[in-house]
Design a protein around this ligand. Structure first.
Ligand code: 5RP
Length: 274
């Protein structure tokens, strides 16, 4: 039988990331500049984070963003999911060529709740990125830090159950505590294949409030622990309305129609983020 004491650090951090009351999470992804530079909605990163931080459960971001853009008093006890893989940019066609960019000592010093590593399954750098994940898990688990695996996709990969299920299952087998993947048809099968590992859904390119909220709704209905959305929140004309509406779906079990009412209620005075 596993010694429960060995997992106390992991469990305590998992409870900071995923609310143990309902096993759900609204994670806000603002890590895009690590390869995209000044992303729309994140050009004034401090303002974006300050505006949206109160409404998320956990902030997925980078070391530089924490250092440069978040005032300690704004952060409070909000847990950080720290991206620790990178090394590429949108100027280069092959995005999969990543390595580990932040040491575990630094992550501990920053008191992060978890660390995130991308894997590019099926890409030219598949092995390197899986080993980035396993090396990070080997190190992070020593300190009781859970690792979130991001199933990033290459340009030519289909975002279907076959591909995303394969990528997610590889992440689970590597030892990831949380898997971030894209929504696809028959998503509940993917959730079952990796159970009991928590799954969070990435938003992808900006779409529209009804479409993004439908995806959040379908994801949690299929068994996801929640979402890790970025652009569909911070690039919307009503970003606070959007994150509140997502929270209403994830934690309040609202329908899409009810969540759209939450969104619309925040529309007066809504301000687009730079
Ligand atoms: C990149 C990431 C991003 O955080 C992810 O794409 C989520 O943001 P969005 O909802 O904008 O797609 O992990 O690999």
């Amino acid at each position: 039988m596993a010694n429960a004491y060995l997992d106390v650090g992991i469990q305590s951090r998992m409870n900071r990331i995923i609310n143990p009351k309902d096993n759900r999470v609204v994670m806000l992804a603002v890590d895009h500049p690590y390869f995209q530079g000044p992303t729309t909605g994140l050009r004034n990163m401090s303002a974006t984070i300050k505006t949206l931080l109160p409404y998320c459960d956990c902030l997925m971001t980078t070391r530089g963003a924490v250092r440069s853009n978040i005032a300690r008093e704004d952060l409070g006890s909000k847990p950080i999911m720290l991206r620790v893989s990178g090394g590429n940019s949108v100027l280069f066609d092959e995005l999969s060529d990543e390595q580990i960019t932040v040491s575990m000592e630094e992550a501990i010093r920053m008191d992060v709740a978890g660390v995130a590593v991308s894997v590019f399954i099926g890409s030219a750098n598949q092995q390197q990125t899986i080993l980035n994940l396993t090396d990070t898990i080997n190190c992070a688990e020593e300190y009781g830090i859970p690792v979130l695996a991001v199933t990033a996709v290459g340009k030519n990969m289909a975002r279907d159950l076959r591909y995303l299920g394969l990528a997610s299952r590889i992440c689970q087998d590597a030892g990831a505590r949380i898997i971030k993947t894209y929504y696809c048809e028959e998503f509940s099968k993917l959730v079952d294949w990796v159970a009991p590992t928590a799954v969070v859904v990435a938003g992808g390119k900006y779409s529209s409030p009804p479409d993004a909220l439908q995806m959040a709704y379908d994801s949690v209905q299929a068994g996801a622990a929640g979402v890790d959305f970025g652009r569909n929140i911070f690039q919307d004309e009503n970003p606070v309305g959007m994150i509140k509406a997502i929270g209403a779906i994830v934690h309040g079990n609202h329908t899409v129609k009810e969540a759209l009412d939450v969104y619309k209620a925040c529309m007066p005075g809504a301000k687009k983020l730079e």
